[in-house]
Design a protein around this ligand. Sequence first.
Ligand code: SF4
Ligand code: SF4
Length: 417
Amino acid sequence: MEKREFIKRLFTAKDCAVNTNRGKAYYDALYKKCKKQLDKLEAAKPVKNIDLQEELKTNGFSRRTFLKWVSATTAMLMLPPTFEPLVAKAAELMNRLPVIWIELQDCAGNTEAFIRNDGPKIEEILLDIISLEYHETLMVPAGYQAEAQLNNAAKHFKGKYILIVEGSVPTAENGIYGTIGASGETFIEHLTGLSKNAAAIIAVGNCATFGGVPAASPNPTGAKGVMSVIKGKPIINIPACPANPINIVGTILLVVLKGQIPELDSLLRPKWAFGYRIHDNCERRAHFDAGEYVEEWGDNRAKNNFCLYKMGCKGPMTFNNCPIVRYNEAVNWPVGAGHGCIGCSEPEFWDKYAFERPIADANIKAPAGGVESSVDQFGLGILGLAGAGIVTHAAVSAIIGKKSKSKEEEKEGDKDE
Ligand code: SF4
Ligand code: SF4
């Protein structure tokens, strides 16, 4: 994609818009469809004989805590509260879903994000409920035994399993940079073979979705995301570095609930999770609007949680729900902890966004109507258009810069006297 075109797309990105106002008739029809799907699933035999309620009880979760989680998850999935009983049912029926999870060119960070908790949480218990037939990092068998388990699962659940892929696909020199198993099968062959009989593929993390860090220039292994290699299969992309476990569980839950893949944007990301920019929900946004920016790491503005745009935050160009769902059991998220967003849920993020300065070629121009008119535009909520925000940022901070400079000059003057 041409660089300029890429930036233009980020600034317009109509395909990413979330329609949250679909009307009663739409939700009534959807409710009926989901109910029918869940009834069908309930009649089917569980793939794994684990009962969610039993598991919750064993791990010390009360029914009340579970219902609170259901309520929050329903809202997170952008469904009305009437869907709560269906979401609870879908969680209970996740044991009907066979899943094969493979790792290609990766650091296993997405798996790690799932399992690194102080204690089990509901998402992690749901990972136990899903019939996870194969997962190289988590499973006990290794070597030939692991290969046999994979082949058996793929054969037994032919056409029914969800294939979760973590890691990029090295495609240079016929894929020799990544091989697996005794046969020396390349990652391309491994992925292609398992994709053939999968019901759907979920690519998790930036490597599996867009090539990630292995695809950074000069990309010696020819790393690509799954969607660039596999054609003709339903693919859902859950990018980020790592993908948020909540987004993985939420997407699987929607697949169980609706019996189909959720609504996706043009980069195959579920709109419920990637329909908004980081900037749209950032807790530092009021400072952006007021033209208050951190100018240097550790300065007083940083200590007061001012906006990180001038320190290179790419929140205005990045679609993800981090400010809402956060990481590590919702304790915090990167911008909350004091570092700008590096756009890890966007294609080619390592080369395009992962540096600590604002994008130089974003075509920033001073607004024609002057600063005041841009401030009004912010007030009207036009800031969904990040381009307008950046234009205003440039102009507003120029004024602020001048003001603070003159204050400093005044102080200097006072000292001299
Ligand atoms: S530029 Fe970054 S820190 Fe500033 S409001 Fe937007 S997302 Fe938040
Ligand atoms: S804040 Fe930005 S860089 Fe950080 S995890 Fe979210 S999308 Fe990725």
